[in-house]
Structures are given as structure tokens and as C-alpha cells.
Design a protein around this ligand. Structure first.
Ligand code: PLP
Length: 399
């Protein structure tokens, strides 16, 4: 492609896709790739899912966009369905993960403001986090490499090590508004907090009258085998940011909150032109039609367990390429011994798409509808790539 007129912000792989079906992507020349990246955990129903295609087509023929100056009943309907399937009472729709996080942060700050404590605006976050690329979400995640050159950091975030409860306690002050984290860190390398940590955070929030905010942009909408990853923890947040899978590939984000936590979000305090647009609502409702079907999440759990076992066996057989398989549901990571970018390229050469992450991990994030046959093909491709990589290493190669 001629990228000379684009900002040079991305390092793209030298491949372009023309069409997709299910878990497969196809180039202009007809070469097919097994997509175990889902556009970074987005295409939860795979590509060109007939129900999603029809929902978008039907809506596209009627009306695309009117703005939030007018009523949009599909917005009300999607919100009701999200509320019925989560801890939340209310929803605000935006267009991306970072926007969902901005709304979550604003909601937490406004909660204290309307409760007579405007000095409570700081949020505790965790090392290794990723919350988006806006100025506030970059400050929240605190990754120096992404903050460099962007001027003074947005104030109001205090970062501690993931899993360090004593550090969290020490960081809570009279200015603290809440605690924000991903139930499983995605970009950070599929990192789960220690068992019981989320429960302890819930307790601390209740003791101090502060809000627990989950970033489920990557973990939500069935990715871990349930509607949201927090459902595995036995506790509920006060606010949750969602995006990616929610639109099945159509840009959509949402901030969910309890009545109490969203009390400060009164008329004119927050808005967006596109958020909750008719096409996005058609996509969001269509995704829910499928993932809320009886047995869908159980089937994700069943298939993902088989896949994880297959990956564990690859790790056992190629210890000079991989050291560990981690994650839950179809949010899986292979920790690499060799540089993860090399492994990612080798897999792409084997026509299997994966996504690199922090901590030298490659992520395997297939569409939630992936079949057992497709999982077997992916395992075979990983094995072949591992065998080839292993053979290039000094010393005795693996089996
Ligand atoms: N939060 C998490 C956990 C993410 O993984 C991402 C994106 O990868 C974001 C927020 C930002 O989402 P977006 O890129 O849609 O702004």
C-alpha cells in the first residue's frame, strides 16, 4: 500500500485482506489466513456473520445517524439488555474503548463531586495496564513509552504494582475517588491479578467509600467465557468500561454504572455526536442476540478449555520457543522464550494471525464462534512454526 500520506504511527504487517468469513481472512490474491487475533479481540462473531450483516444492512437502508438530539429506541433497548445482564443500572454509549474509559473516569469524579467531596478526584491504577491513547487514559496506564512527548501528564492517577494490596492501601488518601483495573490485563500480556485480589479491592472501596471501576474493553462480551470477566470474581464493580466485542467490528463503546455511581452524570455533563448511533446500535443488539443465546458462554468455556489444553501440550513440546500458556476463555497468551515479534511473524508466515502483547507474549484471541476443527488447525500451525523456529536455535531443537 502507499502509506506516504498517512501519519506514520503504525508498523503494519505486509499483508492486506479483501474479505472475511467466520474465522478466515482472505487476501486479494485469494490466500487464506486463520484469524486468531479478531482485529485485537473485536470480531467476536467472526467476519461477515449473517445475523450481523443483515442487522447492519437493514438499518443502513433506513437511517444511519440522527445524533443524540433525538430519541433512539434501539439505544434504550441495548442499554436495557446490558443492564439485565450485568451489575449496572445505566449505560452511556461512545465509540471506542478509550472514550468508554474517559466516561468511566468522569463518572467516578462526578460521583464524589455531587456527594460534596470534589477533592476526591484521584484514581488508583496498576503497573502494566492499558486503557487507551487519549491523554487521560495514557496517564491512567502510566506507560512512559506512550506518554513521551505529550507534555504535562493529566493529573489524578496514582499507580501501584498489580497484586500489591498493601501498596493500594497506602495509596488511598482523602483525595481518592476510585480504583481502576482490567480484571485480566490484555495488552500487558494476559496477566491475571492474584486470586482474591479483586475481592480485596471491593472491600477496600466499600470501607473508604470509593468506586471500583473495571476496564472490560478487552475482557468483556464473552471473551473469557462469560458476559464480563468480573463475573468470575464473585464481586461487582460500580462502573465498567466496555468496547471491542460489543459491536462485533462496528466501532462502539459503553460505560456501565450503578444508579448510585452514575448519580453525577446529569444533563449536559457528558455527550458525544456519534455515540449510540443507529448503525452501532443495530450492531450491538445483533451481537447480543447471538451471545446471549442459551448455552453460548458455556460452549465458549468448553471449546476454549480444549484449545488451552492443546496449547499447553505445544508449550511442553517446545520449551525453547514457549514457556507458558495463560489466560481464560478465548483471551489466551503464549509466553515466548524467543522474541514474541519473531514468533508472531513465523505464525503469520504459517497463515495464522495472532497479536503480540507485553511481557513477551503473543495473544490468541479467536472469534468466539471458532470451531474445534479450526482450533486443531491453529494448533497444527503453531506446532509447525515452533518446530521451524526451534530448529534455527543453537543446541538441540525440540521434538
Ligand atoms: N482498555 C483496554 C483494556 C484495551 O485493551 C484497549 C485497547 O486495546 C483500550 C482500553 C482502548 O480501546 P480503544 O483502542 O478502542 O480506544
Amino acid at each position: 500500500m502507499d502509506s506516504s500520506a498517512l501519519f506514520q504511527t503504525y508498523s503494519r504487517a505486509p499483508v492486506e485482506f479483501e474479505r472475511g468469513d467466520g474465522c478466515w481472512l482472505q487476501t486479494n490474491e485469494g490466500e487464506r489466513f486463520l484469524d486468531f487475533g479478531s482485529g485485537i479481540a473485536v470480531s467476536c462473531l467472526g467476519h461477515a456473520h449473517p445475523h450481523l450483516v443483515k442487522a447492519i444492512q437493514d438499518q443502513a437502508e433506513k437511517l444511519w445517524h440522527v445524533s443524540n438530539l433525538y430519541e433512539i429506541s434501539s439505544q434504550g433497548r441495548l442499554a436495557q439488555r446490558l443492564v439485565a445482564n450485568s451489575f449496572a443500572d445505566r449505560v452511556f454509549f461512545g465509540n471506542s474503548g478509550a472514550e468508554a474509559l474517559e466516561c468511566a473516569i468522569k463518572t467516578a469524579r462526578r460521583y464524589h463531586y455531587v456527594n460534596g467531596a470534589p477533592e476526591r478526584y484521584r484514581i488508583i491504577t496498576f503497573a502494566g495496564a492499558f486503557h487507551g491513547r487519549t491523554l487521560a487514559t495514557l496517564a491512567a496506564a502510566g506507560q512512559e513509552k506512550y506518554l513521551e512527548g505529550y507534555g504535562p501528564r493529566v493529573d489524578g492517577f496514582d499507580q501501584v504494582e498489580l497484586g500489591d494490596l498493601e501498596a493500594v492501601k497506602a495509596a488511598i488518601t482523602d483525595e481518592t475517588a476510585g480504583i481502576l483495573l482490567e480484571p485480566i490485563q490484555g495488552e500487558g500480556g494476559i496477566v491475571e491479578p492474584p486470586s482474591g485480589f479483586l475481592r480485596e479491592l471491593r472491600k477496600l472501596c466499600d470501607e473508604h467509600g470509593i468506586l471500583l471501576v473495571f476496564d472490560e474493553v478487552q475482557t468483556g462480551f464473552g471473551r473469557t467465557g462469560d458476559m464480563f470477566a468480573y463475573k468470575w470474581s464473585g464481586i461487582e464493580p460500580d462502573i465498567l468500561a466496555a468496547a471491542k466485542g460489543i459491536g462485533g467490528g462496528f466501532p462502539l463503546g459503553a460505560c456501565l454504572a450503578t444508579n448510585e455511581a452514575s448519580a453525577g452524570m446529569t444533563p449536559s455533563t457528558h455527550a458525544t455526536t456519534y455515540g449510540g448511533n443507529l448503525l452501532a446500535m443495530a450492531a450491538g443488539n445483533a451481537v447480543l442476540d447471538i451471545i446471549l443465546q442459551d448455552g453460548f458462554f458455556e460452549d465458549v468455556q468448553r471449546r476454549s478449555l480444549i484449545f488451552k489444553q492443546g496449547l499447553a501440550s505445544v508449550v511442553d513440546r517446545f520449551p525453547d520457543v514457549f514457556s507458558e500458556v495463560r489466560g481464560k476463555g478465548f483471551l489466551l497468551g503464549l509466553k515466548c522464550v524467543l522474541p514474541n515479534m519473531d514468533v508472531n511473524s513465523a505464525l503469520r508466515d504459517a497463515n495464522l494471525l495472532t497479536v503480540p502483547a507485553g511481557d513477551n507474549v503473543i495473544r490468541l484471541l479467536p472469534p468466539l464462534v471458532v470451531s474445534e476443527e479450526e482450533m486443531s488447525q491453529a494448533i497444527e500451525r503453531i506446532e509447525n512454526a515452533a518446530a521451524a523456529l526451534s530448529a534455527t536455535q543453537p543446541g538441540d531443537g525440540a521434538a
